[in-house]
Write a protein that binds this ligand. Sequence first.
Ligand code: HEM
Length: 497
Amino acid sequence: MYQYLYFTTFSTYLITILFIILIIIIIEQLYKKPTTYSDLPEPPSPKSLPIIGHLHLLGGYEVPYQAFTNLAKKYGNIIKLKLGNVNSVVINGQENIREVLVTKGHHFDSRPNFERYQQLFGGDKQNSLAFCDWSETQRVRREMLKTYTFPRACSNKFSALEDIISHETSQLVTRLANSPRETKNEILYSCANIFSKHFCSKSFAIDHPAFACMIENFDEIFYEVNQGYAADFLPFLLPLHYTRLGKMSELAHDIRNFLIDEVIEGRYDNYVDEEPCDYVESLIQHVKNEESACISWENALFALEDIIGGHSAVGNFLMKLLAYLVTRSEVQTEIQREIDACAGSERRPISISDRGSMPYTEAAILEAIRLIASPIVPRAANQETSINGYRIPKGTLVFLNNYDLSMSEKLWEEPDAFKPERFIVNNHIIKPEHFLPFGGGRRSCMGFKMVQMISFGVVSGLLQNFSIMPVDNECYKIPIGSLALPKSTFQFKFVSR
Ligand code: HEM
C-alpha cells in the first residue's frame, strides 16, 4: 500500500520536473539569439597565390569544371576560391546545387558582374536576358516569353511551332539532298528561320544576304559569349580584348539594324491593340501600355535579339549531336528503326507529335546534351546567405558543378559512353533527378522545350531520309563543356536511304 503511494508521489514529482525542464527549454529556444550568417564557418579553401589567387588551379583541364571535381575530392563539396579579384565558391553535389537553384533560389538569382558582359550588351548587362540580375523587369520578360518558348501542348502556338519545324526540316532535307553548302550553315539557317517565323512571323529565303549576315553575326557572338576569359577575373587584362569586344559590339549593332529594318519594319508605329499574334507584338503591346510597362522599347529590342539568338544555341547543339551520330551507325540504325515503325509503309514524314512514340530518339538527344556538359551560367549571391551551413557573403560568384552531375562515375554507368538507353525505362523517358543540364529555379533555361522539339524534328527528318556518313579525314572529336563550335566545323555526308 505504502509502496504504491510512494510510486505515485514519485511519478508526480518526476512529471512536474520534466514539465519544468521542457518549459525552460522552450523559453531558451524562444529567446536564444538567432544564429547569424557571420557565425557560420567559411568553406574550406586551398592556399592561394598573390594576384591570381586560385586561378592557376583551373589550368590544364579540358573543361575547368573538371578541376572543381578534383578539388572537391580534397576540400569537400563546397570550396571557396579567390579567382583574381573575384570571390567565388564552387558547389558540388546534387543536394547543394539544388539548395542554390531552388531552396534558396531567391538568394542566388543574380549573375556575375563581368565587365565583358557589360560591354557585350550595350554597356549594361541588365539588357541581357541571361546575364542580368534578378529584377521585376526580368520577371516580366520571362513571363512574357513563356507563352512562346513553352507553348502548352495542343495550344495554337504549339501546333504552329510544330508546323514551322516540319516545314523548315523538309526544306533542309531537300537542300542537303541537292547541293548543300557547309552543314553548319544549312543547320543554322533552318534554326534561324524557325526562330524568326515563330517569334516574329517572318521567314527569309536562303539567298537573303542580310539574313545570312545576321546568322553569321549571331554565331560569332555566341562563340564569344561561351569562351572563358582570364580578364573576367583579372580586369587589368581587359584592354587586350578591346579590339575583339569592339568587333562584337559592331556585330550586335548590325543585328539590331537588321531586326529593326527587316523584321519589325513598321510594326511598332502601325500597332493596333489586339491579341498579340507573336512575340514582337507582345513586346510592342507591353511597351505601349503606359500604365504597367516596365520595359522600354530599347530594352524590348534587346530581349528580342537575345531570344532570336537562341537559334545559335540549337544550331551548334545540333552540329554536335550529328557528330555523335556520325561515328555511331548503331545509334542511327536504332533511331531509323523507330522512325520507320512510326512512319508506316507510306513513309509519312515524322512530326513533333511522334515524340511520345520515339523514346530512343528523344533519349539520344538527351544523351548528347549530357555528354556536352554545358555549364550552368554562374550565379551570384544577392545577399549574405549560406549553403549547407557555410557562410556565403553577398556578391559571391557561385559556380555550380553540373559537369560532375552529368559525368560522375558514381551517378552514371560508363559515363563517357554514348548510351541513349540509360534514359529509357519500360519504353518511357526517365530523367534522373541529378540531370540538370538546363539549370533550375527562377533563372532556369527559357529554351529547353524548343531545344528538344527542334532537335527531335531535325534529327528525325534527317535520319528518315539519310544515313549520316563521315567525310574522309574529318576528325569528329567533340569539344565539351560548352555548346559553341567554331565557324567552320564538322562536315558530314548525307546519303539517301
Ligand atoms: C542545348 C541547348 C541549351 C542548353 C544546354 C541551355 C542551358 C542553359 C542553362 C544551363 C542556363 C542557366 C540556367 C540557370 O542559371 O539555372 C540557361 C539559361 C538561359 N537559356 Fe538556355 N540552354 C540551351 C538553349 C537555349 C535556347 C535555344 C534558348 C532560347 C530559346 C535559351 C534561352 C535561355 C535563357 C533566356 C536563359 C537565361 C534565363 C535567366 O537567366 O533568367 N537557351 N540555358
